[in-house]
Design a protein around this ligand. Structure first.
Ligand code: COA
Length: 143
């Protein structure tokens, strides 16, 4: 977990606003299930001393499943890794479940990703983030 936090802080994206302590708490929570994509036999990530490429947290809330955080490390973004990890996690564990998440209005990469995976933007919380931006609420398989 420590490795995941350090790498996330340093390597994800300047716009990734999950402080290390908050991420640690999310990963430690008994209700959180974390899915990780790892590199197999690659030396590309040697300077990071890690084989972790991407991760997603899911929290089962009963009526729906929330995705509080997900990230792909900067060096390997836009290679289809998150699409594949999300699709596999959903297919294996959450196929017929309603999924919820929220995303910073300016996070176009994440908004595109969610849209192409069938998430619908269903609401908005104005001035939600510390920078005054809105959170866009998204769901999938909503009834
Ligand atoms: C959002 C994020 C997770 C995407 O991960 P990724 O592994 O790079 O995504 P993929 O390569 O699987 O891309 C899948 C689709 O997402 C969209 N996408 C991903 N990166 C994008 C970018 N930089 N600009 C526009 N669209 C993008 C595209 O639709 C892409 O499909 P395409 O490449 O066929 O056009 C990654 O940019 C990231 O970690 N960002 C920082 C953390 C974050 O913002 N997390 C979400 C909030 S918690």
């Amino acid at each position: 977990m420590a490795e995941l936090c350090i790498l996330t802080e340093a390597q994800c994206s300047p716009a990734f606003n999950w402080p290390t302590e908050k991420l640690k708490n999310q990963l430690r929570a008994l209700t959180t299930k974390t899915f990780i994509a790892e590199a197999v036999g690659s030396k590309d990530l040697e300077p990071l001393h890690s084989r972790i490429l991407a991760f997603i947290c899911f929290v089962d809330l009963g009526p729906a499943v929330e995705i509080p955080v997900l990230a792909t490390f900067l060096a390997v973004q836009r290679q289809g890794i998150m699409r594949e990890l999300l699709l596999q996690a959903i297919a294996m564990h959450y196929q017929d479940r309603e999924l919820w998440l929220e995303v910073h209005e300016n996070n176009q990469a994440a908004r595109n990703l969610y849209r192409t995976l069938g998430f619908v933007e269903s609401g908005r919380r104005n001035k939600y983030y510390p920078d005054g931006s809105a959170a866009i609420l998204c769901n999938r398989n909503s009834t």
